[in-house]
Write a protein that binds this ligand. Structure first.
Ligand code: HGY
Ligand code: MN
Ligand code: MN
Length: 417
C-alpha cells in the first residue's frame, strides 16, 4: 500500500471492516438492523476489538458500545469519536462502520506510540442511526446527548415488535436509558469520520472533505384510501385507484424537489393492498423523505409537496393521511473543528474541500450539546446504501493520518465559548 503514512492501524482497520460486514441478518448481503441478531453479533465483534486494544468497552441501555482512553490525567473531558454500526438493507461496508473503527484506530495508534492528550477520547459505536427498523432514527446518539424520546420505545417495526420489547429481548434495561446521557461539562467535542456518500470529493480529486452543515430533514408515513374494485368491470372514469394516485404523487415529489435548489425528495418504500392482479388497489402506504440544505428551504419545500399531494387526492377522490415520523433541523459544524480538520488535511498536502452533508448523521444529535464536526472520506462513484460502496486503503490511511493530526493539535481552549 503506497501511502503517506502507511499506519499499522490502517491495514488492521480495513481487515476489520471486511470481518464486520459478515455480521449480517441476510447471508450474502449486509443487513444489520437495530437490535437484530446481526447487531448482537456485531456488538460481540466490536467489543472484542475494543478489549484487544486494551480498552474496557461497555454496552449501554440502548445498545451503544463505548470505551474511554484517558488523557494526560484521569477524568479529563472527552473528545467523542463515533459513528454507527447499524446498516440499511443490502448495505455497503463503510457507512457508519468506518467511523467507529477509525476512532478505535486513532486510540490504537496513540497507545502504540505511548501518547496521551490534554483530553480523553471516548470511542462510541451507536446501535441505531439509520432508523430502518423503527420509526425513530439516531436513537443511540440521541441517548448519549440526552435527547432520547422515551415515547420512541412504543414505536413498532414491520412485525409489530416495539422498540421496548426488542430492547428487552436484547437484554437491555430500558429503565437505565436516562443514565446514558453525558454531562456536557465532561464532553469536549464530537467528531465523526464518514464516507461522503456523494460525488463531490471524487470530482475534486481530493480524498478528504470538511463538513460545513448537515441537511434539514423531515420524513412522513403516507396512506392513501381509495376504492378497491374489479379490474375488468370498473370503467376508468369511475375509479378511485389508490396506486395510480400514489404514482402521480410520487412524480409530484420529484418535480417539486427538482425545482427547488438543493432539495431532494424520496419515496423509498411503497405497499399496495389487496395486492391482487385483477383488483384495483384500494389502499396504499408509502414513505416520504424530504431534505434541503437549511430549515427554511426544507419547510417551504415540505409545504409545497403537501399541498400538491392533497390536490391530487382531491382530484382523484381518495383520502390522503400523512404522519410526520421524524424531523431534524439542519446542524451546523463548529467553526473551530472545521478549521482544525482543514489544517490537518492541508498539513498532509491535500486540499480541504468544504461541503454540506445531504445525508443525516449521528453528529446532528450533538449540535447544541457540544462542538461537533465531521470529516468526509471519498467513496467510489459517491455510491452508498448499496453493496457497491467502496473506499481505497490509501484514502483510509490518509483519513487516519488526518484524524491523528487533528487530535494532536486540538486545543480545548479553542473550543470553549
Ligand atoms: O438517511 C440518512 O441520511 C442516513 O444515511 N441515515
Ligand atoms: Mn451513516
Ligand atoms: Mn446511512
Amino acid at each position: 500500500m503506497t501511502s503517506i503514512s502507511n499506519l499499522p492501524a490502517t491495514a488492521r482497520m480495513m481487515e476489520r471492516l471486511e470481518k464486520l460486514a459478515l455480521d449480517t441478518d441476510e447471508p450474502g448481503k449486509l443487513t444489520r438492523l437495530y437490535l437484530s441478531t446481526a447487531h448482537r453479533k456485531a456488538v460481540d465483534t466490536v467489543m472484542g476489538w475494543f478489549s484487544e486494544a486494551g480498552l474496557t468497552p461497555s454496552l449501554d441501555a440502548v445498545g451503544n458500545i463505548s470505551a474511554r482512553f484517558e488523557g494526560k490525567t484521569p477524568g479529563l473531558p472527552a473528545l467523542i469519536i463515533a459513528s454507527h454500526i447499524d446498516t440499511v438493507r443490502d448495505a455497503g461496508k463503510y457507512d457508519g462502520n468506518l467511523g467507529v473503527l477509525a476512532g478505535l484506530a486513532v486510540v490504537e495508534e496513540l497507545r502504540r506510540l505511548g501518547e496521551t492528550l490534554p483530553f480523553a477520547i471516548e470511542v462510541i459505536a451507536f446501535g441505531d442511526e439509520e432508523g430502518v427498523r423503527f420509526p425513530i432514527t439516531m436513537s443511540g446518539s440521541r441517548a448519549v446527548a440526552g435527547r432520547f424520546n422515551m415515547a420512541a420505545l412504543d414505536g413498532a417495526d414491520a412485525q409489530g415488535i416495539t422498540m421496548r420489547a426488542a430492547m428487552e429481548t436484547f437484554g437491555l434495561d430500558t429503565a437505565a436509558i436516562g443514565a446514558i446521557a453525558r454531562d456536557p461539562k465532561h464532553v469536549l467535542a464530537y467528531i465523526e469520520l464518514h464516507i461522503e456518500q456523494g460525488p463531490v470529493l471524487e470530482a475534486a480529486n481530493q480524498p478528504l472533505g470538511v463538513v460545513t452543515a448537515i441537511a434539514s430533514i423531515q420524513r412522513f408515513a403516507a396512506t392513501i384510501k381509495g376504492e378497491a374494485g374489479h379490474a375488468g368491470t370498473v370503467p376508468m372514469p369511475y375509479r378511485h385507484d389508490a396506486l395510480a394516485a400514489a404514482a402521480e404523487m410520487i412524480l409530484a415529489v420529484e418535480r417539486i424537489a427538482n425545482g427547488r435548489k438543493g432539495m431532494v425528495g424520496t419515496v423509498g418504500i411503497i405497499g399496495a393492498q389487496p395486492g391482487a392482479v385483477n383488483v384495483i388497489p384500494g389502499d396504499v402506504n408509502f414513505s416520504l423523505d424530504l431534505r434541503a440544505p437549511n430549515d427554511e428551504d426544507r419547510n417551504a419545500g415540505v409545504a409545497e409537496v403537501l399541498a400538491a399531494l392533497e390536490a391530487i387526492a382531491k382530484k382523484r377522490g381518495v383520502t390522503l393521511t400523512l404522519s410526520s415520523g421524524y424531523e431534524d433541523k439542519a446542524a451546523l459544524c463548529h467553526p473551530a473543528i472545521q478549521q482544525g480538520l482543514a489544517e490537518a488535511i492541508t498539513g498532509l498536502g491535500f486540499e480541504p474541500i468544504a461541503l454540506p452533508s445531504g445525508a443525516g448523521h449521528d453528529a446532528m444529535s450533538f449540535e447544541g450539546f457540544c462542538p461537533m464536526g465531521m470529516l468526509f472520506l471519498r467513496c467510489k462513484g459517491g455510491i452508498s446504501h448499496n453493496p457497491a460502496e467502496s473506499i481505497t486503503p490509501e484514502d483510509a490511511d490518509i483519513a487516519l493520518a488526518a484524524m491523528l493530526a487533528f487530535v494532536r493539535k486540538l486545543d480545548p481552549a479553542k473550543l470553549r465559548g
